[in-house]
Design a protein around this ligand. Structure first.
Ligand code: LLP
Length: 444
């Protein structure tokens, strides 16, 4: 576990007196403006001080930078220029209505995995944007809703799902456009909980059954086969496994076409990793685009991409206040008011997020486990982290909190979920109010 005060690319803070610093992040060749920075010893998101936001909205508090998200979408689109493609933001990464609207305004469609996500996309006023519907288990109700909404394509993950989709489409008197998600059986070399291309994974149809599954799909009258889909995992830091997977998908596309299957779209999933620490290596967007061009450039297919983390991961911090510090038998603890229910990634994936004092401190540095109030030993936000001696009431910013942060939050320990603020230049909007105790028992 990393020690030391690593400002990390997760917040991309530079202790410099600059408002927006061009730096290399997420892509090694596209400069990304840094939207979290320090002014006179105090951290800002764009033009708004984080301390003032904590004062106005209390903590724990998620703070997103709209400009950071827009810049990240732009960098992605620039890299893919010349590729016939459709970018469908993976809603699960962060699904606040304001963020969905922002991403839709930036020209993206959506990748959804539930009826709830479909509801959100429509509620955000982005229902006209193209939607692909992924996921290993879609209920009949969800399928019917998606058919009514006219989703662009269903990414189907099993023969059983093909039959269910055909039956629901028949009842709805519609034809469902389908791509089959194939499992290319490559090791994405990422955390085992977010690797999806292994032969032990529940996801997709094994490559060796793909031809038969396509034959089945073509025989079902209420399905229209339009494409092939794959997604080998998330937080990919190396592109070689993806290149291997896409080479296998290419071979399948060529073979299917020889068999008369009209493959028009290839969905390459999401998964591009981001730098949570300055030392993290991240894949180059240019190389990523090149791999896609190499695999499919000559086939005349439309590429669908499903980035989630890349667009929002480093565009937010989670603000938390120090409650107290305490000395255990073997370790020193900094107990804060955010917990695993607010940010689950450290507990679930041993994820490392940068942690920085919001107000610069000259106090001596000591090593702490930064933990929340939840009654679980897994409730930590960082282990063995060097911090300038925190005092009760001090504010800390946890970096890289934009993806799978709030979207994985729960009410465990009956903790109301945090508020979310979206900063755009000088403007800060409360885009989700803090939950109340009454919210906790609503519906009981
Ligand atoms: N498409 C499909 C079919 C997916 O399953 C996922 C993520 C994505 C796209 C978006 O992947 P991204 O570009 O964000 O890597 N909670 C975990 C990540 C789970 C990812 C699940 N699927 C985490 O916090 O690391």
């Amino acid at each position: 576990m990393a020690g030391g005060l690593d400002p990390g690319a997760g917040i991309c803070v530079r202790r410099e007196r600059s408002t927006a610093i061009a730096a290399k992040s997420s892509s090694d060749s596209l400069p990304l403006k840094i939207f979290f920075h320090e002014r006179r010893g105090s951290l800002f998101c764009e033009s708004v001080s984080l301390a003032s936001l904590a004062q106005a909205h209390q903590t724990p508090l998620y703070v997103y930078s709209a400009s950071a998200i827009r810049a990240q979408v732009r960098a992605f689109e620039t890299a893919l220029a010349g590729v016939d493609h459709l970018t469908c933001y993976a809603v699960k990464a962060s699904s606040n209505l304001a963020l969905l609207k922002l991403v839709a305004d930036a020209g993206c469609g959506f990748d959804i995995v539930s009826g709830g996500e479909l509801y959100r996309v429509r509620k955000a006023g982005a229902g006209a944007a193209p939607i692909v519907y992924s996921g290993v288990g879609k209920s009949e109700r969800e399928i019917a809703e998606a058919l009514r909404a006219g989703v662009l394509q269903f990414n189907v993950e099993s023969e059983a799902e093909l039959r269910i989709l055909d039956a629901v489409a028949a009842r709805a008197r519609r034809r469902a456009r389908v791509a089959l998600r194939v499992n290319p059986e490559v090791d994405a070399r990422t955390h085992r909980y977010v690797a999806t291309g292994l032969n032990t994974s529940k996801f997709g149809i094994p490559m060796r059954r793909a031809r038969a599954a396509y034959a089945l799909a073509q025989s079902l009258p209420h399905l229209e086969v339009v494409g092939v889909d794959c997604h080998i995992g998330s937080q990919l830091t190396m592109l070689a496994p993806l290149a291997e997977a896409l080479a296998r998908v290419r071979r399948l596309v060529v073979e299917l076409r020889e068999r008369g299957v009209n493959v028009r779209t290839v969905d390459v999933g999401g998964g591009l990793g981001i730098a949570y620490r300055t030392s993290d290596a991240t894949p180059s967007l240019e190389r990523y685009a090149e791999i896609i061009r190499q695999a499919f450039g000559d086939l005349g297919v439309r590429i669908i991409l499903e980035p989630g983390r890349l667009f929002v991961g480093n565009a937010a911090v989670l603000l938390t206040r120090v409650l107290l510090t305490k000395q255990g038998a073997a370790r020193r603890f900094c107990v804060v008011d955010a917990a695993m229910n607010d940010l689950l990634r450290p507990a679930l994936y041993d994820a490392i997020h940068s942690i920085i004092p919001v107000i610069r401190s000259e106090k001596p540095t000591r090593r702490y486990d930064v933990v929340g109030p939840v009654c679980e030993s897994a409730d930590f936000l960082a282990l063995g982290r060097d911090l300038p001696e925190p005092q009760p009431g001090d504010l800390l910013a946890i970096g890289g909190a934009g993806a799978y942060g709030f979207s994985m939050a729960s009410n465990y320990n009956s903790r109301p979920r945090a508020a979310e603020v979206l900063v755009d230049g000088k403007r800060a909007s409360l885009v989700r109010r803090r939950e109340t105790y009454a919210d906790l028992t609503r519906g009981e």
